[in-house]
Design a protein around this ligand. Structure first.
Ligand code: HEC
Ligand code: HEC
Length: 246
């Protein structure tokens, strides 16, 4: 049987370990909360005389489809931060976002990415998956999205972007509900080389194989057909996270 002082020592040691752990968790939690708060301020007020993010990406990060401003809400933080780096460093050449991303330092990029990742996703993932299942697979865009074309080495989009194109954190952004125009512009950007950086060049390789007609149809599929899943977000139900936050 353990004597009393030994038991006490063990108890104290356990307590010390537990409190060290909780201090660590607490400080990580505080750091994240700081990031989110700073990010919210950047999104609301902008930095260095640049227009606030909200002005284009919407008050809740929902984007403005008609203007080609993508939604950011609920996208993986790591993905958003990487995009800001790409804009700032010229790997993603885009005249509107480039100067804005350049004015954000590394900490601000991380913070604003954390803020947008923490917002309620624009799409309702369950609905997007449902729409994908009920959509006629014979249509060209749907076929590519769900089955790809193995004769040309094209995997299905949903293999990486998740069922219904809801995104898979931390790397794969959601496609469902992004405007068809925005999706199309990105595929064309890879094809023409103005969007160069992505994980292992996956998208540049794929986009290069798509015909203009295929780009059109697959963009319409995710943007309009499956994108109809965005509408249900405003209903009473609270969707689970789509891209998740990392
Ligand atoms: C004047 C309008 C405007 C403002 C202000 C603006 N953006 Fe953007 N943003 C855009 C446009 C347009 C695109 C799409 C670029 C493209 O087509 O490649 C974009 C794209 C992005 C993307 C890439 C999204 C994706 O899915 O890949 C991120 C991240 C982003 N913006 C973050 C921000 C942040 C953070 C701020 C504020 C600091 C901000 N934007 C302010 C117009 C704007
Ligand atoms: C092998 C994995 C893979 C497959 C298959 C794939 N993608 Fe992607 N996709 C990615 C990755 C990784 C990114 C993020 C690129 C980056 O970080 O810049 C991405 C990004 C995108 C984006 C940019 C989204 C945004 O918010 O800017 C679009 C649009 C896109 N993919 C469309 C498609 C379409 C359409 C298909 C099917 C024809 C497809 N993808 C198939 C890996 C894949």
């Amino acid at each position: 049987m353990m004597n009393r002082s030994r038991r006490k020592r063990n108890g104290l040691r356990a307590l010390a370990v537990a409190s060290a752990c909780s201090t660590l968790w607490l400080s990580m939690g505080v750091a994240f909360a700081d990031d989110v708060a700073q990010g919210k301020s950047i999104a609301t007020n902008g930095v260095a005389g640049q227009a606030p993010c909200m002005a284009c990406h919407g008050a809740n990060g929902e984007g403005m489809a008609a203007a080609g401003f993508p939604f950011l809400a609920g996208m993986p933080a790591a993905y958003l931060e990487a995009q800001l780096m790409d804009f700032a460093e010229g790997r993603r050449k885009q005249p509107v976002m480039e100067p804005i991303a350049k004015t954000l330092n590394a900490e601000q990029k991380k913070a604003v990415a954390a803020w947008y990742a923490s917002l309620k996703p624009v799409i309702n993932p369950a609905r997007a998956v449902q729409l994908q299942q009920s959509y006629p697979k014979g249509k060209k865009g749907a076929w590519l999205a769900q089955r790809g074309d193995w004769s040309r080495g094209l995997p299905a989009c949903v293999q990486c972007h998740g069922p219904g194109g809801i995104g898979v954190a931390p790397t794969f952004p959601a496609l469902a509900g992004q405007s068809a125009t925005y999706i199309k512009n990105q595929l064309l950007a890879w094809k023409t080389g103005t969007r160069a950086e992505d994980v292992h060049g996956l998208m540049a390789h794929l986009a290069g194989k798509l015909t203009d007609e295929e780009i059109e149809s697959v963009s319409t599929y995710f943007g309009n057909d499956i994108g109809a899943a965005t509408a249900s977000v405003t209903s009473a139900q609270t969707p689970a996270k789509a891209g998740g936050q990392q």
